[in-house]
Write a protein that binds this ligand. Structure first.
Ligand SMILES: CC(C)(COP(=O)(O)OP(=O)(O)OC[C@H]1O[C@@H](n2cnc3c(N)ncnc32)[C@H](O)[C@@H]1OP(=O)(O)O)[C@@H](O)C(=O)NCCC(=O)NCCS
Length: 163
């Protein structure tokens, strides 16, 4: 069974190491801004003692950006559990929306998020070509041999906070 907990201070070095392995760096670029995801609040998914997923997010101006989401074992509900946990944290912190950027080649993510209620709200043409100048590790060609150029912005409108 998957359990989710906020990353503890002791887990920070592990979070940075995993982000480096998964994203070639802890630096994430979205909408022209650079974030060090290893310094952001994070949720860890675990199965027994084994970590099986990681999500990082940031909250600003009543909006929550899901900065990274990774399931180390796919198709077992880890990504869904982490997404739900970040969304409930965002709602608890009175955010009105959860949003994220994915790249135009990430068809798995596009399917995953849309099947979980997120809507595609913008295509930022050429934004990843621009991001590549800030983070040269971003590959030119991604999943399915698709050239990576554009940021796709998805959002989930959160229920208004009570009270
Ligand atoms: C996108 C991503 C996070 C999804 O995570 P995941 O853990 O594989 O997702 P889930 O298992 O929750 O759901 C995926 C599918 O498995 C199915 N599933 C869920 N629980 C399952 C289980 N226990 N057994 C088998 N299948 C299951 C779901 O029905 C879902 O299928 P659907 O899309 O047809 O509804 C994952 O593919 C990933 O880490 N990708 C690489 C990083 C990335 O691109 N992140 C997103 C951009 S930031």
């Amino acid at each position: 069974m998957t359990e989710i907990h906020p990353a503890s201070a002791d887990e920070r070095a592990w979070v940075a190491q995993r982000l480096n392995e998964l994203w070639a760096s802890t630096t994430v670029v979205s909408r022209g801004w650079t974030h060090d995801a290893s310094e952001l609040p994070a949720f860890v998914a675990s199965s027994g003692a084994e970590p099986v997923g990681l999500a990082t997010y940031r909250i600003e101006a009543a909006e929550c950006e899901l900065v990274t989401l990774d399931a180390f074992r796919r198709g077992e509900g880890v990504g869904t559990a982490l997404l739900h946990r970040v969304a409930s944290e965002a709602a608890a912190q009175r955010c009105h929306r959860l949003w994220l950027i994915t790249s135009n080649d990430n068809l798995d993510a596009l399917r995953f998020y849309q099947r979980r209620g997120l809507r595609l709200v913008a295509v930022h043409r050429g934004a990843i070509d621009a991001a590549r100048r800030l983070k040269p590790e971003i590959p030119e060609v991604g999943d399915h041999g698709i050239p990576i150029h554009d940021e796709l912005e998805l959002e989930l409108v959160l229920p208004a906070a009570a009270g």
